[in-house]
Every structure is written in C-alpha cells, then in structure tokens.
Design a protein around this ligand. Structure first.
Ligand SMILES: CC(C)[C@H](C(=O)O)[C@@H](O)C(=O)O
Ligand code: SF4
Length: 493
C-alpha cells in the first residue's frame, strides 16, 4: 500500500515537472490553440501542473445528472450557474417509435428524475420530442451551446466531440460533476499536446470515421493518453463541421480526453444562426476572438503525427478494441505476428469472441444487424451518406437494420428531405433519437453471438449487449452491409 502511494506521489511529481518543463519550453515559442484556451480559463495555478479552470458550459445526462444535482443540494449548496448548464436524457431513452413510459421503465425513471432535478435547479432541460433533445454531443453543437474557445464539460467520455468546433471539451466523473455544479470550476492537470495532421485529400469512399479508425490502428488505442490532440492538415481544413465532430468524437478511443480542430470560416458559417450562438455585433466580436485561437505557426507540440491521406481507405474493425481496425481489403492480422505476447493474447481473445479467423479479409462475412446512429455518426450528413448507398436497394432478408437519428433536429431535417422514406422503403427501422444500441443502456441490444456493423465508437466485449459482435465503420460502410447482407467494400457499390 505504502509503496503504491509513494509510487503515485513520484508519478505525480514527475508529471508535474514535465508540465513545468513543457510550460518553460512553450514560453519561448508560439502557443498552441489548446494552451491559449486553457490559459484563458485558469482561475488559480495549483502547482505541479494543476489548475483551477472556469467551466463555460456544462451538459447533464440522465445517468448521472440527477445524482449530481441531488449531491449538491444534500450538502446545502445551490447550483452556481444554472444558466450555463443544459440537460437532456439520451443514454437510457427508448428509441422505439411511439415510445411511452412503459417502453423502458428504468430509463423513464432516469428521465423523470433529471427533469425534476433540473427544474428545481433552474436548469434548461430539453424534453423528449422538442428541438434540443438528442445525444448531448449532437445537440450541443447543433444548438450553438458549444462554441469555439469555451471550456465545456459533461459526465461522459465522448465530450471530446465538441472540440470539433474548437471548444476545449472533456469528459468528467461524477464527483467532478458535482464540483462543477456547485462552483462552475474544475481542478484539472494540464495535459501534453499532440498534433495529428492529415495531409492530402480523401479518396473515394473515405470519411472522417475511416480516418480516425486508421489513426487509432496506426498509433494504438493508448497513444493519446495524457495528451490533448489537435487535428490539423489539409484534409481536416477541407472537412465540414459534422465530419470534424466525428473525428474528435473518437479522440477518447485513443486515450485522449481532448480532441480539437481550430475554428475557421467553416466553423463560423456553421454557427451562424444557431439558437444559442451569438448574433449580430456580438457574433462579429466573437468571430474576431475566435480567429485568434488557432495555434501559432511556431507553436511546439509534445508529439507530432503525420498521416498521408493516400494511405487511408474505407476502414473497419475486426476485434474488440477500436485499434483492431484494418483497411476493408486487408486481411485480419495473425496473433503470431503480434508485437508482443500481450498483444498476441489480446488478438487471439478478440478473434475468438468475434468468431473470426486470421489471414482472410472481412469482406463477405455475413452480418445480422446494422446500427446507424451514436454521437460518432448520427448527424444529417451521416444519414445522407447512408441514404446514398441505400437508395433504390433493399435491406438483405436476414438483416435487422436501424437508423437512430442523433437528435430531434436531425430527425426532423432528415424527414424534411425524405431520407426517412428512403430508409423505410428499403426496410430499415426509422427510430427515435438517443444513444440506443451504441451502449444498450436503454435495453436495445444486439442479441448474443449476432454480428453487427455499427457506426458507433466502441466495439468492446459486450458493448452492444452480452455476446454481441461489433464491427465499427462509417455510415456508408454500414449501409453497404445492410443492403448486401455481408461486410462489403463500399467502393464496390
Ligand atoms: C455511460 C457513459 C457515461 C459512457 C461514457 O462516459 O462515455 C457512455 O456514453 C459510453 O459511450 O461509454
Ligand atoms: S451515443 Fe454512445 S458513445 Fe455517444 S454518448 Fe451515447 S453511449 Fe456514449
């Protein structure tokens, strides 16, 4: 015990020293975007790399929101800034059309508790069926609650998604959540910085999802631990905001709490007219500030990764970690070729769980389920990508295929374009917004032993239900699997 405690103290000191050295090195060069935003939010320097930060936006969901609010009132405290906090129910709401309290009572209770606790605290709660309801990481950006240069936290690891708009956004735990509610501040340790540049243009069939899966496979699911990642390069500049949100969404699958893209004209155009974004003169002033946030040309990063876009093709996972990703036409790796024993063991276990053999491609593997949804890929552009593949085709006889729009707004916009008809005519289920089968917290599961192609971000053992076998891919690849009934190279359609 003592040894462990001493070890942790030493580790703390080392990281503190590293942070200080980093700070000194940085002082002599330009600033990264991350450092600029961080520094603008420091209320107090707590030493050894720790700071007390101001929190500009706080999002609550029903798994932990009511608990946090109740913890604050139990201590006789009030919510410090209810006007900076927004709540909705996403994880445990049923996605069944015509859902009622009886569809999933456990989720209904969580929804009711959060609604009550938010109301008591004066926090805006976006209720089911109104604009603003949906997966928090879809709704926040689309409402303009998420803005460049702000700190945003949420009791959810995929909060890094919001970095796609240039926010310093990250997931927090339950005790941190209560601290933020009570004080609107948070104690954090400054991470190191990493720049990942994607240079070149996207080849046919390639999306942001393929790029991030490719990156995770290339540098490993732990490579981002302790880092804030800035995604840059010509391929990222050329992306629309929704693709940038997808890219940043999977930062946590690299171990990085933060993923960001510098705000630019594309960002400003996206935000214009959003209900919670500034307007008029305030917007002009905000844009002037946002233009100063990009990393300086001479900024130094602790790690730099370059990806040449010519190496990125449609990508899919074969195993039980997002790093188990391969090019759609590559063969499943053989555990005997693993870098070390641990990796070999992990690969063997993954192949066993997934019911796959090394040495062949995934193409042609029969699938049972297709799930298009989640905060990784459930925005309008994702549904359009999928609809382009689906149009005029039918879902294979043996496949259950679901579309779960990320938010009420996405759902309404998709319906206005007739995308729901494209999907329904093909045999898809057109569902109500929420996390749904991404994490199965609402009881919607891929049955044991069944194989799913999913546009979500995690393929862990049991993630989509006990025994469920998940292949992560882009919406177009998922749509291709739905209509062919097998894992398919989308470029062949
Ligand atoms: C359940 C929730 C808190 C969790 C998270 O933190 O990410 C979930 O959203 C996930 O994707 O695994
Ligand atoms: S959609 Fe999935 S990954 Fe995103 S917040 Fe919900 S459960 Fe987590």
């Amino acid at each position: 015990m003592l040894k462990q405690a001493l070890y942790e103290m030493e580790a703390d000191r080392t990281t503190g020293r590293m942070a200080e050295e980093h700070f000194r090195a940085r002082a002599m060069t330009g600033y990264t975007m991350f450092d600029k935003i961080w520094d603008q939010h420091v209320i107090a320097d707590l030493g050894e790399g720790w700071s007390l930060l101001h929190v500009d936006r706080h999002l609550l969901h029903e798994l932990t929101g009511a608990g946090g609010l109740d913890a604050v009132s139990a201590r006789g405290l009030a919510v410090s800034n209810p006007e900076l906090t927004y709540a909705t129910a996403d994880h445990a709401v049923s996605s069944a059309p015509g859902r009622t309290a009886a569809t999933f009572p456990v989720g209904h209770k969580l929804w009711a508790d959060l609604k009550r606790a938010s109301g008591d605290a004066g926090i805006r709660f976006f209720d089911i069926g109104e604009i603003g309801h949906g997966i928090l990481h879809v709704a926040g950006p689309e409402l303009g609650i998420t803005l460049p240069g702000l700190t945003l936290v949420c009791g959810d690891s995929h909060s890094c998604t919001h970095g796609g708009l240039g926010a310093l956004a990250f997931g927090i735990g339950s005790s941190e959540l209560a601290h933020v509610l009570a004080t609107q501040t948070l104690r954090q340790r400054r991470p190191q910085t990493m720049r990942v540049s994607f240079e070149g243009s996207m080849a046919s069939g390639v999306t942001a999802k393929d790029m991030i899966l490719h990156l995770i496979a290339r540098i490993g699911a732990a490579a981002g631990t302790g880092y804030a990642i800035e995604f840059a390069g010509s391929a990222v500049s050329a992306m629309d905001v929704e693709a940038r949100l997808t890219l940043c969404n999977l930062s946590i699958e690299l171990g990085a709490k933060f993923g960001m893209v510098a705000p630019d004209e594309v960002t400003f155009a996206y935000l214009a007219g959003r209900p919670y974004a500034p307007s008029g003169a305030a917007m002009e002033e905000a844009i002037r500030h946002w233009r100063t946030l990009a990393s300086d040309a001479d900024a130094t990063f602790d790690r730099i990764v370059q990806i040449d876009m010519s190496e990125v093709v449609p990508t899919i996972t074969w195993g039980t970690s997002p790093e188990h990703a391969i090019a759609i036409d590559a063969v499943i790796p053989d555990p005997v070729e693993a870098e070390n024993d641990d990796q070999g063991k992990a690969w063997r276990a993954a192949l066993d769980y997934m019911g796959l053999e090394a040495g062949r491609t995934l193409v042609g593997t029969p699938v049972d389920w297709v799930f298009i949804g989640s905060c990784a890929n459930s925005r309008l552009s994702d549904l359009r990508d999928a609809a382009r593949i689906v149009g005029g085709r039918r879902v294979a006889e043996h496949v259950n295929a679901w579309i779960v729009p990320g938010s009420e707004q996405v759902k309404r916009e998709a319906e206005a374009e007739g995308l729901d008809t494209v999907f329904r005519d093909a045999g898809f289920d057109w569902r109500e917004p929420g996390c749904a089968m991404c994490v199965a917290a609402n009881g919607e599961r891929v049955p044991p032993g069944m194989r799913a192609v999913s546009t979500s971000n995690r393929n862990f053992v049991g993630r989509q239900g006990p025994g469920a076998r998940t292949h992560l891919a882009s919406p177009a690849m998922a749509a291709a699997a739905a209509v062919t009934g097998v894992i398919t190279d989308v470029r062949a359609l």
